[in-house]
Design a protein around this ligand. Structure first.
Ligand code: LLP
Length: 477
């Protein structure tokens, strides 16, 4: 077997750990630890208690970690904005993980919420979120979604295309209201985890080109049912540095400055994308540092242009929930596979997989793992954690060192799964979505019920017909 160019036999960042039981700092929820028996404890609840109560696989969400991260983000941007005489709004990007409970946590910590579809909007409203503190995104909002958002009193709608200007205006007019809107533009800046790339032209579906912004804003301003608030831009996700944000802000402010000649421009929304640690080698910039550097850069650009610093808005998703999530699996099979003359990889199969975490299959995302139910001093072995789906790409953790005695029945924990795992989950192979359990102060509770076989069968019309036929059969007896 040979290594594929994008999947080397062993990634070069992965080294044999001194202790294959250690919980790397920053990758796990802050309060996660091992108890006297060596068991993983999250939110004060041990892994085996969680298994006994809810089974596996299981999404575990540490409530204090989510709340703490929301609070920190809010405080960081507030403090940075205050230094420059302005204010900041932090929207939680619900696409990372949305449930009514999480909406309540983040809003009670002072965050607004950004939703990207009618479904996300429905969850935020069901949670009792203040509609005025919701932002509504999407590159192809249906007219029904726009109508629903306007009827609900959504605080701002982010217009993504020229066609949408008229759609939003028509709905607002029909309801006799003036809808606050932002305009999403493309700055040509693309941020990668460690780098950014600035291009003159974009070749992707979101937003409108910066050089069209003035014309589109003029149109928005001419429509009495729309209230133009400012520009919006989102440069990417899982970003570690500030350079991309700085460059993007500078480009946006060129247009922002020109727009000020035609009327007020209150807000500048720089989107989300702040990175987190998935493995022990990832070093994300702390949110306080990011917030300070980005806001300072915006203020510097404004001073250079002699314009007031606008109200700033940000939309972190992953950085709020990602590190708060741990997925628990049970090991089913363990299979040593000789992949070269000098390398054996142990394939550890768990009871979930790409249906509960699509990110490795979709993006080649790297994760880490630990045995959660015990510690072991067995020599570390190179493992690949795989799921139970009928796909060879069904990988949960591409490469990790675990104690070499990892065995069926062990509980395995994968950290940093709070963002874009549950929200990207599927029923591939008719595997059930796991429940989501919140843990806090030694207590646990289900916040999203796990699926049952009945849930799956409920969508299949033929199952109903068959059941009905059976029932009729019975009645006629
Ligand atoms: N704002 C807008 C307009 C966005 O499109 C996104 C993410 C965010 C905010 C939040 O970005 P965050 O802070 O969470 O990075 N499924 C991919 C990520 C897709 C992100 C899409 N937009 C993944 O799992 O990596």
């Amino acid at each position: 077997m040979s290594a594929s160019p994008d999947r080397p036999l062993v990634p070069d960042w992965l080294t044999v750990p001194d202790d294959a039981n250690a919980l790397a700092q920053g990758v796990w929820p802050d309060a996660a630890h091992r108890d006297d028996r060596g068991e993983l404890v999250v939110g004060g609840v041990s892994a085996s208690d969680l298994r006994a109560l809810y089974g596996t696989p299981l999404y575990v969400l540490d409530e204090d970690e989510v709340r703490g991260r929301a609070r920190r983000a809010r405080a960081a941007f507030d403090a940075a904005a205050a230094r420059h005489g302005t204010t900041a709004h932090v929207y939680y990007a619900g696409k990372a993980f949305l449930s009514t409970e999480v909406v309540r946590w983040v809003t009670s910590e002072g965050l607004a919420v950004d939703v990207a579809t009618g479904g996300e909007l429905a969850v935020a409203l069901a949670a009792g979120a203040d509609p005025a503190r919701l932002g509504f995104h999407g590159n192809n909002k249906s007219v029904a979604e726009i109508a629903r958002a306007i009827a609900a009193g959504v605080g701002s709608i982010v217009i993504d295309s020229e066609i949408e200007v008229e759609r939003v205006a028509a709905e607002a007019e029909r309801r006799g209201i003036r809808q606050s809107v932002r305009l999403r533009v493309t700055s040509g800046v693309h941020a990668e985890t460690h780098d950014f790339l600035a291009t003159a032209h974009e070749d992707q579906k979101f937003g409108i080109a910066l050089d069209r912004a003035e014309a589109v804003v003029a149109r928005i301003r001419a429509l009495p049912s729309l209230d133009f608030g400012g520009l919006h831009c989102h440069i990417g996700s899982q970003i570690f540095g500030v350079d991309g944000f700085r460059e993007s802000a500078a480009r946006l402010l060129d247009v922002h400055e020109r727009l000020l000649e035609g009327g007020p421009v209150r807000v500048l929304n720089l989107g989300g994308g702040f990175g987190i640690a998935y493995t022990s080698v990832d070093r994300p910039t702390p949110i306080e540092e990011l917030a300070g550097a980005i806001v300072d850069a915006v203020a510097g650009e404004c001073a250079r242009r002699g314009i007031p610093v606008p109200v700033l808005a940000f939309e972190p998703g992953r950085a709020i929930v990602g590190p708060a999530g741990v997925t628990l699996y049970e090991v089913g099979t363990v299979k040593p596979v000789r992949v070269s003359d000098d390398l054996t990889r142990v394939y550890v199969s768990v009871d979930g997989g790409m249906s509960d975490n699509a990110r490795p299959a979709l993006y080649g995302a790297q994760y880490s793992a630990r045995i959660a139910s015990r510690v072991s001093d067995a020599d570390p072995a190179l493992v690949r954690v795989v799921g139970k789906h009928c796909e060879s790409g069904d990988i949960v953790v591409d490469a990790e060192y675990l104690p070499g005695d990892v065995a069926p029945g062990d509980l395995l924990a994968v950290p940093a799964t709070g963002a874009y795992c549950f929200s990207l989950s599927s029923n591939y192979n008719y595997v059930l979505r796991p429940p989501v359990v919140a843990v806090r102060g030694g207590a646990s509770r289900v916040i999203v019920r796990g699926e049952t076989i009945d849930d799956l069968l409920a969508h299949d019309v033929g199952v109903h017909d068959a059941a009905q036929a059976l029932r009729f059969g019975k009645d006629s007896e």
